[in-house]
Design a protein around this ligand. Structure first.
Ligand code: BG6
Length: 488
């Protein structure tokens, strides 16, 4: 009987997640250099359901950003002022029962231009204070080393990750972090959503298509990706050597895709999408490029420049666990007239069985279970859900936010996690995305809120920045306190 009651594992890591560029603000203090995120303007009139084009920047955009110094226009420069308010925020996370907090390190706080020989002490100290404060609250740090915030100078000088020198710069930066935080941080992620280099190459890898030779953009993006794979493997090696017992994960956008019909053409198109989505984790877990991907690149005339020893580096330094974000599923069809709807920086075919968020992302809790089963079956490595949540508009009424829609979203997803665990999936933990409201990565809006904690700020940066517990705060607190046995 006992065996048949689904339960979360005893040591399950319930937690929260944010990223430096969306939360910290303080973009130019204590020696921090500008990052790619600091150049992304909020466009009040953009179509928030189709914003992919807005994530590619031109020379003119960069010039404006650097000359204008207009924080109002660039929301990621102000974030939610986590940089100055982290103690208050950590106390709230602790009150909620948070066991693990995923944060990222802003690379340009540590190496402001990316290639200095010595790290910036003030930047190192900030994160030491942050991680120490987490430890005081018994919150385990889970740290992403690259989350859409590379030093802008590396993008300008090298067209980002296209150039091999960026590998060395990244390894130096990560080593500085490993040495400094070796007693504070055990869990590390190398690149957030490494696959997103194809969807928004500038924010992910500092690559601007304008700077690529005509017709070479795809070639350059794959080269940049190869450099990220190499860098990820090298720093996995270094992390293991410098911090005994540490664990390093890869991080993938799980874009689980269903076939719209059982027509073999649709099924084939869907298979291609899913293979493409797995490719990134395949390299980081199995330590080699999958043969079908290599052949596909060859057929497309894309040639990845490899240095002697690269294949050994990939093979010898694979990750310890597989982490991923999951917000929604997609559907694929070969029918040209199939209605397309938005998702996380992608468009997919509309699935008639699923509701969607206000931003058009299709809500699919069962898709999370399918994703867990697929990933575990494929890799047989521990899994970690490091992003999941509902972006929604919240309303404050009499000092309260009644976000039952958010609670419903999480309840249904937790039930599916539990079912997957029951069926044998090894799941280390779950960190909800944007647990405190932050600036949206895709649209730079503040009004797209994911949090259990409300932050008083609007899209133009007006507001007191006061923090407020939403109804979902209390609900998540209960979920954690009961280790997920009470989802009511
Ligand atoms: C993930 C990113 O893709 O999606 C996060 O890793 C991002 O940085 C999250 O915030 C949600 O996307 P958005 O555009 O709603 O903020």
């Amino acid at each position: 009987m006992k065996q048949n009651t689904p339960v979360f594992p005893q040591n399950f890591l319930w937690g929260a997640a944010i990223a430096a560029n969306q939360a910290e603000g303080a973009w130019n203090v204590a020696g921090k250099g500008p990052s790619v995120a600091d150049t992304i303007a909020h466009k009040p009139n953009m179509d928030v359901k189709d914003y992919s084009g807005h994530m590619a920047l031109t020379d003119e955009n960069i010039r404006d950003a650097l000359n204008g110094l207009n924080d109002q226009k660039y929301p990621k420069r102000r974030g939610i002022d986590f940089y100055h308010r982290y103690k208050e925020d950590l106390a709230l996370f602790a009150e909620m029962g948070t066991k693990v907090l995923r944060v990222s390190i802003a690379w340009s706080r540590i190496f402001p231009q990316g290639e200095e020989q010595q790290p910036n002490e003030a930047g190192l100290q900030f994160y030491e204070d942050l991680f120490s404060e987490m430890r005081k609250h018994n919150i385990e740090p889970l740290v992403t080393l690259s989350h859409y915030e590379m030093p802008l100078q590396l993008s300008e000088k090298y067209n980002g990750w296209v150039h091999r020198n960026v590998v060395d710069a990244f390894v130096r930066y990560c080593n500085a972090c490993f040495h400094r935080y070796k007693d504070l941080v055990r869990f590390w992620l190398t690149f957030n959503e490494i696959d997103s280099i194809h969807r928004h190459p500038f924010t992910t890898a500092g690559i601007r298509e304008e700077k690529c030779a005509p017709g070479q953009a795809q070639q350059d993006i794959y080269q940049g990706l190869h450099h990220q794979f190499i860098a990820s493997a090298l720093v996995t090696r270094d992390c293991h050597a410098i911090i005994p017992g540490s664990q390093v994960g890869c991080m993938l956008t799980k874009l689980t895709t269903y076939s719209r019909t059982c027509h073999p053409d649709d099924v084939q198109a869907t298979l291609k999408k899913n293979l493409e989505n797995y490719f990134y984790a395949d390299v980081q877990v199995n330590g080699a490029y999958p043969p079908l991907i290599l052949r596909d690149l060859e057929l497309r005339g894309i040639h990845i420049e490899m240095q002697p020893g690269d294949l050994d580096i990939l093979r010898n330094h694979t990750v310890d666990f597989v982490s991923f974000s999951y917000y929604m599923s997609l559907t694929e069809s070969t029918q040209p007239d199939a209605e397309r709807i938005p998702g996380n920086t992608v468009l997919g075919v509309k699935n008639p069985y699923l509701p969607a968020s206000e931003w058009g992302w299709q809500i699919d809790p069962v898709g999370l279970k399918i994703s867990l089963l697929e990933l575990y079956d494929r890799y047989q490595k521990p899994l970690f859900i490091v992003e999941n949540g509902l972006g929604a508009k919240d309303e404050v009424v009499d000092g309260k936010v009644h976000d039952s829609y958010r609670i419903d979203y999480f309840r249904s997803h937790f039930a599916q996690m539990l079912a997957a665990i029951h069926e044998g999936v090894e799941l280390m933990g779950f960190t909800s995305w944007g647990t405190i409201d932050i600036i949206s990565a895709g649209t730079s809006q503040m009004s797209k809120r994911y949090g259990f904690i409300y932050v008083d700020q609007d899209d133009n940066g007006n507001g007191s920045l006061a923090r407020l517990r939403k109804d979902s705060f209390w609900w998540y607190q209960k979920v954690i306190a009961t280790n997920g046995s009470d989802l009511s």
